[in-house]
Design a protein around this ligand. Structure first.
Ligand code: SF4
Ligand code: SF4
Length: 78
């Protein structure tokens, strides 16, 4: 008998440093205070604080942030 599969997702936030102009919009909107500007004035994420809500991706005017969801297939049951 085939085992049922349950899908779950892992989310990862990617910041394109080439496209980021350091405007700070993402920092202003992040509800977890998980973003800051690094020494090169590029947005950087604190992975301990980020909840992968995607708000920064929505508001970045330069499309420099991508929330990537990866499907993890997990065998349910035994
Ligand atoms: S909103 Fe976009 S361009 Fe502005 S600092 Fe954040 S990642 Fe960079
Ligand atoms: S995904 Fe949400 S919590 Fe994470 S850095 Fe962006 S706005 Fe903040």
């Amino acid at each position: 008998m085939a085992q049922a599969k349950k899908d779950s997702f892992a989310a990862e936030l990617l910041i394109n440093k080439e496209w980021c102009k350091g405007c700070g919009v993402c920092i202003a909107f992040c509800p977890k205070e998980a973003l800051f500007l690094d020494e090169n004035s590029k947005a950087k994420k604190d992975p301990e604080k980020c909840s992968a809500c995607g708000i920064c991706e929505t508001f970045c005017p330069d499309f420099a942030i991508s929330l990537v969801k990866r499907r993890l297939s997990v065998n349910a049951g035994k």
